[in-house]
Design a protein around this ligand. Sequence first.
Ligand code: C6P
Length: 441
Amino acid sequence: MSTVQAVAFVVNKKKRPRVALPLQPFTTRFLPYPIPRTAMNETIRADFPILSRQVYGRPLVYLDNAATTQKPRVVVEAITDQYYNTNANVHRGVHFLSQQATELHEAARECVRSFIGAQQASEIVFTRGTTESINLLAESAGAAFMREGDELIISQMEHHSNIVPWQLLRERRGIVIKVCPITDDGLLDLEALSQLLNERTRIVSICHVSNVLGTVNPIRQIADMVHAHGALLVVDAAQSVPHRVVNVQEMDCDFLAFSGHKAYGPTGIGVLYGRETLLDQMPPYQGGGEMIQRVTFERTTYQQPPYKFEAGTPDYVGSHALAIALDYMQQTSLEAIARHEHDLTRYAIERLSAIDGLHIFGQAAARDAVVSFTIQGIHPLDLGTLLDRLGIAIRTGHHCAYPLMQRYGVESMARASFALYNTREEIDALAEGIQRVKKMF
Ligand code: C6P
């Protein structure tokens, strides 16, 4: 049992046995009590109370997981528990509660470090989510590593969060943004990427998994190409961390961003990983409390990373709940989650592609739990609205990826996206629901 577990026991679980602390260095074993799991099974759905609710008198079929996942009971309870028992501002108090809240917050950082295989906990910056992580980078890495005329490469399959912050940097600094095209099948065109890379390239920022196509980009291969040109690689891992093992050292990326709420954690908390040597060179993103060493009216000196980038009171309840969520995933087994979701994705593609007039976007062999499609003669918005009446939640629209919509010549798409608790029966419900909607048209 880790110190964090021990803290959780002692502080929060009066009913549970008290244990002495500290016992050993922080580990990812973070839950106040173990949840035995061997494989994906029915009991998993019972961990998610919302899944048993009804929508318009029908059982909820929640297939909008790429937008946000539902939360297991342990995560919701961890939030309540902390407000009931361990609430105090972190890093600021000598008093008991503040010390314990700080310990949980820093243990959460260690949990994230271990989850993504970073070398040091100081390489983990807590943010509000992927969007803020990339904005932080554009502001701070932009200031440290980019000058007018320097080049940055993104791809045609990026989410707006990995486009607009760099455009804002372009307005501030006069950098040049180049866009790597994708193939019709939805693969990153690596040949084109190698041609775009040159001695002016400073940063390449690419998603690990596309939120529209499900394509899994070969990050290690891209890292080798990018580093051969002396540039830095940023990975938007919003859609990969919830679904597969992500190891920043194996990927050899320089920065990586993800959001807690897509990985069974709460909203409002996210992560920016950065190599220590790079974070050291970067200026603060925001100014305020806790990011400083000393302040006078003449001059302010800053803390070391990660605190330099965490101005103000952090979301310490969110960080703790995120750690619980990540631990939940680990205890379930990331490999089992990936296997289960790949099975669902294959099955969904099989069922949906049998529907007349339905076109699926993205044919990558390596793809994750997202299937986007259009149906001839039915607007995605109408489809989504009618499916909703059947209790089936999918996403429709541009998926915050306007340039990708343009690439495929559509205004919007429908998208079903899966999580560890989804079932083949839910995909059957989706396919049957689509057939019903088709009959109405
Ligand atoms: N995509 C979707 O339905 P935030 O909002 O900061 O948690 O995540 C932004 C983000 C960044 N990159 C990728 C690849 C994403 O998919 C997202 C969020 C959601 O596809 C909401 S638009």
